[in-house]
Write a protein that binds this ligand. Structure first.
Ligand code: HEM
Length: 482
C-alpha cells in the first residue's frame, strides 16, 4: 500500500509515437552535440527485463516481481530499484520511459514543441473512434488539436470569462448547502458527501455548457440529473454526447449575441468560431468527461483534509469571515484576496492529487538523468511520487497550507516542476480556472455554515481515469451560526 493508504497509478496509452523520421531528424539537429555525446545511450537505461514476444508481461504474471501489485506501489518499488529513470516494455512495441526527477520533468515540458503530444485517455480515444469518429482536445494531436484548442480556450481560461460564471456557481453552491442540510442525521452527520459533490459538479457543468439546470439535487433516482450522473460514473462519454446533441438541436439557430460567458458556450462556439457542430459536440462532451469527476474528487479531498485538520479549517474559516462578512455575494476580487484558501487548494492538490501524473511523447531528443532519450518516446512523469517525498517537500505527509504562503517561514523550496496538478504549457488543463473557482465557492459556503469533522472510514482511493475516493465519506457538520 502506498503512503496515505492510497492506491494510484498513471493511465497512459499503449500507442507508439507517430513522429515522422523527418521530425526526429530535425529535433536531433537541435540537440547540442556535446550534451548528447556525453550522455549514456538509451539502451543503457535500466528497467525490468523484456523478453521476445511477451515483453515485460512476465513480471506481472503469477510469480513475477510485480504480480498483484498496484501500479503506484510498483512505481515506488521501481524508483527504489532503478533510480529516477527507468524504461519498461509492456509488450513489444509498447515502451515507456518513467521519470521521477522534477529537473527531468522540466526538460520534457520545455521540450514540447508547438503542438505537444499527449497520448493518454486511451479508453476515450477508443470510444471516440468507435462512436463519434471525432477526436477532441483530450485525444487529438497536431494541427487538429491546435485548431480546437485556440477556438475554445479563450472562453475557458480567460479570467473574465470564468468569473462570469461565478454568480450561477454560487447559486448552485447554495443549493448544495441546503441539500446537505436536509441529509444530516440526528447526530449532524451526512453518511456520504461524495455523491453530493458529484451532483454539484454536474450541475455546475450544466450551467456552463447547456445553460440548463439539471436539478441534480432532486431526490428522484430517475430524474434526468440522476441519470446524467450515472452516465458520468459509467460510460461518461457516450451518454454525455446525448445531452450535448439535445442542446445542439435546441440551439440550431445559433444566437448572434452569444458571448460564451453566460451559459451560452455552445452557441458561442457554433456562431463565433470556425468549429463544426461535430467539433462542438466533442468538446462539450469532453468537458463533461473531464470536468465532473475531477472537480468533485478535488472537492471531496479538500473537505476530507479540512475535516481531519481542524486548526487549518479554523484558519480558513477566519479568512472567509474576514473577507466575506455577513455571507455577502462572493466576487472574483474577494477570491483574489484569499491567499489562505489558495494555499489550502494547492496543498490539497499536493497531498491528494486528482491526476496521478502526466504523459508526453518527447518532441525532441532529450538528456534525462544522464541518458539520451530520443524524440518520439512515451514519457510518464510521476508527480504523485515526487509530491510525497520529504526530499522535495519537507514533512511531506503533513497537511501544511503555509508552505504555499509567500514569505512564510514554512514556504516550500521544491522545484517548480515538482507539482503540476493541471499539467504545463499550451496543452495544460483548459478547465482549471473553472474547476478551482467551483471548488472554492463550495468550500466557502460550507465553512460559512458548518464546522466540518471527518468521521468516516480511512480514506481509500483507486485509480481509474482520475484518482477516485472509494470509501464512503462521512462528515459531521455542526452549524456555525455565524
Ligand atoms: C480539479 C480539477 C481538474 C484537474 C486536477 C485537471 C487536471 C488535468 C490535467 C493534469 C490535464 C493534462 C494537462 C497536460 O497535459 O499538461 C488536463 C487536461 C484537460 N482538462 Fe482538466 N482537470 C480538472 C478539471 C477540468 C475541468 C473542470 C474541465 C472542463 C470543464 C477540464 C478539461 C480538460 C481538457 C479538455 C483537457 C485537455 C486539454 C488539451 O489537451 O488541450 N478539466 N486536466
Amino acid at each position: 500500500m502506498s503512503k496515505y493508504g492510497q492506491r494510484r497509478h498513471c493511465h497512459v496509452t499503449h500507442k507508439r509515437a507517430n513522429m515522422t523520421s523527418a521530425a526526429v531528424q530535425e529535433s536531433n539537429r537541435n540537440m547540442p552535440d556535446m550534451v548528447l555525446q556525453s550522455a549514456r545511450s538509451f539502451d543503457e537505461i535500466p528497467g525490468p527485463r523484456s523478453y521476445p514476444v511477451i515483453g515485460g508481461l512476465v513480471h506481472i504474471f503469477p510469480g513475477g516481481q510485480f504480480h498483484g501489485m498496484h501500479p503506484n506501489d510498483k512505481q515506488s518499488l521501481c524508483q527504489e530499484m532503478y533510480g529516477n529513470i527507468y524504461k519498461e516494455v509492456l509488450v513489444p512495441g509498447m515502451e515507456f520511459v518513467h521519470i521521477f526527477d522534477p529537473v527531468d520533468i522540466e526538460k520534457v515540458f520545455r521540450g514540447d514543441q508547438e503542438f505537444p503530444v499527449r497520448q493518454a485517455f486511451f479508453t476515450l480515444d477508443f470510444y471516440n473512434r468507435k462512436y463519434n469518429k471525432q477526436q477532441g482536445l483530450l485525444t487529438s494531436q497536431g494541427e487538429n488539436w491546435h485548431r480546437i484548442r485556440k477556438n475554445v480556450q479563450q472562453k475557458m481560461l480567460r479570467p473574465k470569462a470564468v468569473t462570469a460564471y461565478l454568480p450561477e456557481q454560487t447559486i448552485v453552491a447554495d443549493e448544495l448547502l441546503e441539500h446537505v442540510r436536509k441529509l444530516k442525521d440526528d447526530n449532524s452527520e451526512v453518511a456520504d458527501l461524495r455523491p453530493e459533490f458529484d451532483k454539484y459538479a454536474a450541475e455546475c457543468v450544466g450551467v456552463v455548457c447547456f445553460n440548463k439546470r439539471l436539478q441534480a439535487f432532486d431526490d428522484d433516482p430517475d430524474s434526468e440529473a440522476a441519470n446524467f450522473i450515472k452516465a458520468v460514473d459509467t460510460i461518461m462519454y457516450i451518454l454525455s454526447t446525448k445531452y450535448t446533441a439535445l442542446h445542439l438541436e435546441e440551439m440550431e439557430k445559433a444566437d448572434d449575441e452569444a458571448d460564451g460567458e453566460h451559459g451560452d458556450l455552445i452557441p458561442y462556439l457554433l456562431s463565433k468560431t470556425s468549429l463544426s457542430q461535430e467539433d462542438v459536440l466533442t468538446v462539450i462532451s469532453e468537458f463533461i468527461f473531464a470536468g465532473v469527476d475531477t472537480t468533485s474528487h478535488h472537492l471531496s479531498f479538500m473537505m476530507y483534509l479540512l475535516g481531519k485538520n481542524p486548526e487549518v479549517q479554523e484558519k480558513l474559516s477566519e479568512e472567509i469571515q474576514a473577507n466575506i462578512p455577513n455571507k455577502q455575494q462572493i466576487t472574483s476580487s474577494i477570491l483574489s484576496k484569499m491567499s489562505y484558501l489558495r494555499a489550502v487548494t494547492k496543498e490539497t492538490h499536493r497531498l491528494l492529487p486528482v491526476a496521478p501524473g502526466n504523459v508526453r511523447t518527447s518532441s525532441q531528443d532529450l538528456v534525462l538523468s544522464g541518458y539520451h532519450v530520443p524524440a518520439g518516446k512515451n514519457i510518464v512523469m510521476h508527480h504523485t511520487w515526487i509530491m510525497l517525498q520529504d526530499e522535495h517537500f519537507k514533512d511531506a505527509l503533513a497537511f501544511k497550507p503555509e508552505r504555499w504562503i509567500r514569505n512564510n517561514e514554512s514556504h516550500h523550496n521544491a522545484h517548480p516542476f515538482a507539482m503540476l496538478p493541471f499539467g504545463h504549457g499550451v496543452r495544460s488543463c483548459i478547465g482549471r480556472r473553472l474547476a478551482e473557482q467551483e471548488a472554492q465557492i463550495a468550500i466557502i459556503k460550507i465553512l460559512q455554515n458548518f464546522k466540518v469533522e471527518y468521521t468516516g472510514e480511512p480514506l481509500q482511493t483507486v485509480h481509474s481515469i482520475t484518482v477516485t475516493p472509494i470509501s464512503k465519506m462521512r462528515f459531521r457538520l455542526t452549524e456555525r451560526y455565524l
